[in-house]
Design a protein around this ligand. Structure first.
Ligand code: TYM
Length: 332
């Protein structure tokens, strides 16, 4: 039976890319009736320095974002990673299965560690091993993510294959990444060659889920574009990364294909298209950010939801970790 798992880091600045690439699709999966487990990966967040008060706040705000976007904590399991110790316990075993060379090839490691790898945390290096544990400790079969997580999911498959092979078992499933839709890689509004990211120093590069209507409209109005009109088919967006990005965002927000959007809007100038996009973005995002703000007024309720979710998650993870320990030969 299919089981979905995915995670988002509570490192602040939840943005439109996270929403379109991940959150919105989590809601679709939940509403298709698939058993879904969604995690605020606080242990991943601390692989780079997080101020403790900011981390606490970002975790709750992310939980509020999940719920505001439409995830129902009764239907789906919502929790934060550090409350289910089985993730880190399985991650240790995977640290002993995965190879240094596999980790060294990860582009996220290379990007985030930068030039001075000697000074990056050991946790940042081992990040993908914990991520594989997040998924496999539930025997999850499907993982909805944005394009940037594809390499990590390939590594998750490699770890499952090597574990199964080394111990001569058919135990961990080979997970399928689910990378679908028009917005699997939302780009920066300032630079069509860079992805929209929580850590970009320019706030104008992204639309935050907490931005108000005026801010959203202003950022879209100022978004970088080219001087041409919109083409009437997707082919005309090749070599036009900024234009393509805005059309992809429009398509994802309006739940249409890019071709359908261009059939309607081809020929329009950006001076006309941008206000349409801004209206659409505000209509879709403002209710979510308002609901987030409302939920954040009662953090005890959020904490209660995360605690309940953690208990339900643990009930699935614990027996799988137990069997893993048996396979590995741990005496208990
Ligand atoms: P994170 O927190 O960077 O991003 C959360 C999700 O948002 C997607 N995403 C984007 N999608 C489209 N366009 C963008 N510009 C964009 N930026 C981010 C990401 O692909 C992701 O789906 N390593 C993960 C968190 C994680 C995880 C897991 C995910 C930990 N364990 C297990 C799946 C399964 C991460 O850093 O995502």
């Amino acid at each position: 039976t299919p089981r979905v798992f995915s995670g988002i880091q509570p490192s602040g600045n939840l943005h439109l890319g996270n929403y379109l690439g991940a959150l919105k699709r989590f809601v679709e999966m939940q509403n298709n009736g698939i058993e879904s487990i969604y995690c605020m990966v606080d242990l991943h967040a601390i692989t780079v320095w997080q101020d403790p008060a900011d981390l606490r706040n970002a975790t709750r705000e992310l939980a509020a974002g999940f719920i505001a976007a439409g995830l129902d904590p009764e239907k789906s399991i919502l929790f934060n990673q550090s409350q289910v110790a089985e993730h880190t316990q399985l991650a240790w075993i995977f640290n002993c299965v995965a190879r240094m060379g596999w980790m060294q090839r990860m582009t996220q490691w290379k990007d985030k560690a930068g030039k001075n790898q000697q000074n990056a945390s050991l946790g940042l290096f081992a990040y993908p091993s914990l991520m594989a544990a997040d998924i496999l400790v539930y025997h999850a079969t499907h993982v909805p993510v944005g394009e940037d997580q594809k390499q990590h999911l390939e590594l998750t498959r490699d770890i499952a294959i090597k574990f199964n092979h080394d111990y001569g078992v058919d135990f961990f499933p080979i997970t399928e990444p689910v990378i679908e839709g028009a917005a699997t890689r939302v780009m920066s509004l300032r630079d069509g060659a860079k992805k929209m990211s929580k850590s970009d120093t320019s706030d104008a590069s992204r639309i935050n889920m907490t931005d108000d209507a005026d801010t959203i409209a202003r950022k879209i109005r100022k978004a970088k574009t080219d001087p041409l009109a919109l083409p009437s088919e997707a082919k005309g967006l090749e070599e036009r990364p900024e234009a393509r990005n805005l059309v992809n965002i429009y398509a994802a927000l309006s739940e249409q294909g890019v071709d359908a959007v261009l059939r309607d809007l081809g020929g329009k100038q950006f001076s006309e298209f941008k206000p349409m996009l801004a209206d659409l973005a505000v209509a879709k995002l403002a209710p979510i950010s308002e609901e987030m703000a409302r939920l954040m007024q009662d953090v005890t309720e959020i904490d209660r939801i995360l605690q309940n979710g953690a208990a339900r998650a643990r009930a699935i993870a614990a027996p799988i970790l137990d069997r893993t320990y048996d396979i590995v030969g741990m005496v208990r």
